[in-house]
Unconditional design. Structure first.
Ligand SMILES: Cc1ncc(COP(=O)(O)O)c(C=O)c1O
Length: 436
């Protein structure tokens, strides 16, 4: 029996007739009988077309940090929409939003808006190449930086057994349709492996423009940096004159107001922000500092976008970041997220299931397997079938994390202690059922 109720199934049929595979993003397709169709969201919950309510731990793949339909964001956006949204000129709301964002990430000496995480990482790479005069980008295995050609290599969609030796990693193309020649501009390295990083730099430093890193693996179990890893990446970039780009699309404004830079205390040269900055509205930003910012400002580096800084996006960002800056949302997220992490760990122990909870209270994953998890190659030890079965059992009980453990559970400020209790009960029941 699939996850869809009668009305949801009918809507999905309509969707399949109108959209390719019935979805607007490949990550939303769960198969013909399981792909959900959502009617609306409210706070920490979503409702499907049958009126079933779910505690939502996907939160749109992370952005909805305050909760669905947060009143302050809704009001700000409605006012902005009524004032006209897109002008061929800088607008007041864009400046107001940029000011609160700059205050939240003081290391950044300048920002520009774009619309999506993909755009923000794409522009970040171009700026880094233009600044260094070098072409190659180094990324870590298991990391996702959007859907432009230069970053669709060795993401968590790829079987890690194809990554080759960690002494000479193979950059594996994720998708058909990427020109073969692009591979020569990309190098990949296992996360948390400074020796591997140093080795690539020793052999290829004259080519490498930038290292792009998700400071924690937000698309692969929420794997955390080992102590000293990010500091080591920073030092290697400095030594070999490469630009350090933090992809803060998931961590930014989520794991702290100042994102991973604040949380881990390591400062990049460029960072890409999106998701939690706009509580679900499409807004992103590229932030930079120092000589890179000067070079960017001097011109000659293409960065543009018709909708970049539009009034609705800017209003959403201003309202969201202002609310986050009060600190209250983070206190609630920390409380709820920590209770969940501890509760899930306890249930695994109580039922003698090998596994652990990785990440931080604002975004974490349940890894079902033995041993320490330091990089995406360790994912081969995860029991994805068991995890999916447990998740489907939870979804039938009204609790909806992503059925793929690579995608973290996201917590918003509208989740409650009651949600925690319901979730832990659903997890335990579903686990027992799956183990049976
Ligand atoms: C770390 C990271 N970078 C970039 C992106 C791409 O963002 P978008 O989907 O807004 O293009 C994502 C999306 O999930 C992401 O998780």
């Amino acid at each position: 029996m699939g996850l869809q109720g009668e009305r949801t199934a009918q809507w999905f049929q309509r969707s399949q007739n109108a959209l390719v595979n019935g979805v607007s993003s490949m990550f939303r397709y769960w198969g013909p009988d399981d792909t959900p169709v959502i009617d609306r969201g409210e706070g920490g919950h979503v409702y499907d077309m049958d009126g079933n309510r779910y505690i939502d731990y996907q939160l749109g793949f992370g952005p909805v940090i305050l909760g669905h339909g947060h009143p302050k964001v809704v009001t700000a956006v409605a006012e902005a929409a009524a004032d006209g949204t897109t002008f061929a000129m800088t607008q007041r709301r864009e400046i107001e939003a940029a000011e609160v964002i700059r205050k939240a990430i003081p290391w950044a000496e300048g920002i520009r808006f774009s619309n999506t995480g993909t755009e923000a990482t794409m522009h970040s790479l171009r700026i880094a190449r233009a600044y260094t005069g070098k072409d190659v980008v180094l990324k870590f295995e298991g990391q996702y930086h959007g859907v432009h050609d230069y970053v669709l290599f060795s993401t968590a969609s790829v079987d890690p057994s194809t990554f080759g030796s960690r002494y000479a990693p193979i950059a594996v193309q994720v998708s058909s349709g990427i020109p073969e020649s692009i591979r020569s501009y990309v190098r990949t390295v296992p996360y948390n492996d400074l020796d591997a990083l140093e080795r690539v730099f020793r052999n290829h430093s004259e080519e490498i423009a930038a290292v792009i890193v998700e400071p924690m693996l937000g698309n692969a179990f929420g794997i955390m940096p080992q102590p000293g890893f990010l500091e080591g990446v920073r030092a290697i970039c400095d030594e070999y004159e490469a630009v350090l780009i933090f992809d803060e699309v998931k961590t930014g404004f989520r794991i702290a107001l100042g994102g991973a830079q604040e949380y881990f205390g390591v400062t990049p040269d460029i960072a890409a922000f999106a998701k939690a900055m706009g509580n679900g509205f499409p807004v992103a930003a590229i932030a930079a500092r120092g000589g890179i910012l000067d070079a960017w400002a001097k011109g000659g580096i293409a960065q543009a976008g018709t909708y970049a800084g539009n009034g609705v996006a800017a209003a959403a960002a201003y309202a969201t970041v202002s609310e986050l800056a009060t600190g209250e949302p983070y206190a609630q997220i920390e409380k709820v997220g920590r209770s969940l992490m501890e509760g899930l760990e306890r249930i695994l122990r109580d039922h003698s299931v090998d596994g652990c909870v990785l990440g931080v209270p604002a975004m974490f994953s349940v890894f079902l397997g033995e041993g320490e998890v330091k990089d995406f190659r360790d994912a081969t030890r995860h029991d994805s079938d068991l995890y999916e079965e447990v998740c489907y059992g939870m979804i039938r009980r009204g609790v909806m994390p992503c059925p793929d453990a690579l995608e973290p559970w996201f917590i918003c400020a509208s989740h409650t202690e009651e949600d925690v209790a319901t979730t832990l009960q659903a997890f335990e029941e579903a686990l027992v059922e799956a183990l049976d």
